[in-house]
Design a protein around this ligand. Sequence first.
Ligand code: NAD
Ligand code: MG
Length: 401
Amino acid sequence: MTAQRFARSVSILGATGSIGASTAAVIAEARATGQADIVVEAVTGGSNVGALVDQAAALGARFAAIADPALAGDLKDACAARGLSIETGAGPAALIEAGARPAEWVMSAIVGAAALDPTLAAVRRGVAVALANKECLVCAGDLVLAEASKSGARLLPVDSEHNAIFQCLQGQTRVETLTLTASGGPFRTWSLDRMAAATPDQACAHPKWSMGRKISVDSATLMNKGLELIEAGRLFGLPEHRIDVVVHPQSIIHSLVTFEDGSVLAQLSEPDMRVPIAYALAWPDRLGLSTRRLDLAALAQLTFERPDMERFPALALAREAFRMGGAAPAVLNAANEVAVDAFLNRQISFLDVAGVVSEALERAGGLDLISKSPSSFDEVAAIDAWGRAEARRAADRRRAA
Ligand code: NAD
Ligand code: MG
C-alpha cells in the first residue's frame, strides 16, 4: 500500500524541549521527502528565547509564544534581529493562544501540569492532539477526556509505551491486560546506598533515551512508569489491576497488549521518539522515516525482570494513588513535580524524592481530600496547589534535617 501525500497545519506546545526537537525533525523529514505539506501555526517555549526563535525560523511558524512574561520584549527583539516578521506573545495567555490558534494537529509537549491550559485550548477546538505530556492526564484525566469527547478532539498518545499500545489496538477487541515496559533507568543495578548519594547529573544520564531533566529523574525513580500506569488507565479505560509493568533494559519492545485468547501483540523499534511522533502525525496512515532499523540478531537478547519495589518505591506509590482514585493522582503528580525540582536543585537527596511524595499523599488521605475526583479545572488547580505546598514543606523538613 502506498501512502498518500497529506497536508496538515500543526502547532507545537513545548517546541524548545526534547520532544519539541524530535517533532521538528519529523516535520522536516516529512517536508524534505515530499510526504506531507505541513504549515506550522504556533510554537511555544518556556524561557529560552534563542531556542524558540531558532525553532520558529526553522519551521516557518506564524506565531511564537514564550511562557515567561518578562521575556516579551526579548522575544520581539530577537525576531527582529533575525529578520523574522512573525507574531509573538508572552505569558500564560499567549501560551493558551498558541493552543487556540487554528492548527489541525497540536503537539502537547510542555513538561508538567503547566501544559494543562494550553493543551485544553487545543482539545476544546475538537482537533487532533498528540499527547507527549502525561502529567495533564494524571492530574485531570477524567476532565480532559470529557472535554475531548464534548468537542470531538482526537487524543493521540505519543508517550512511547502508550503509542505502542495504541498501535497494537488498531482494529482489535477483547483486551485482557496491558504490559508497560520500563528501561529500569540509570540506577537499575545500583544498591540503595549508592542511590542515596546519586547526583542530578547521574539521575539524568539515561541509558537509552535522551530526554528533558524532569522526565529523566522520573525515569530514575520509576515514578515515570507510575505516571504512565495512570496515563494508560485513563487513555485505554482499564483499572489498575489490568496494567502490568515489566523492566526491559534494552527498550526495544515499547509495550504489549494481551488479548482474551492469550495472544500478545507488541510494538518494537529502536528507542527513538521520532517513531511515535510520526505515527501520531500521520495516523491513521504512516510516515516513512530514516530512523535506524532493528537488527534482532545483532541485539541477540531481549531480557525482562520484575521491578524492585524496595529500591523504587515511587512506582508503588503511583499504583496506590491510581487504586485510590479521586484526587490522589493529582496530589501525587504535584508533589512529585516539587520533589524532582528540589532534587535537581540539590535541596534533597535522590531517595527523598519518593519520601516527599509519600508524605504529601499520606497527609492528603488524612484530610479526606483524596476521596473525591476533582469536578472542575478550578478544583484541579486547588488540589495541585495544595499538593505543591505540602511537598515543599516536606522537602524543607528534609533539608533542615
Ligand atoms: P523538556 O524539558 O525537554 O521540554 C519541555 C518544554 O516545556 C520546553 O519547551 C520548555 O521550555 C517548556 N516548559 C517548561 N516549563 C514550562 C512552563 N512552566 N510553562 C510553559 N512551558 C514550559 O521535556 P521533554 O523531555 O521534551 O518532555 C516534555 C513532555 O513530554 C513531558 O511531559 C514528558 O513527560 C513527556 N515525554 C517526553 C519523552 C521524551 O523522550 N523526552 C517521552 C515521553 C513523554
Ligand atoms: Mg514513556
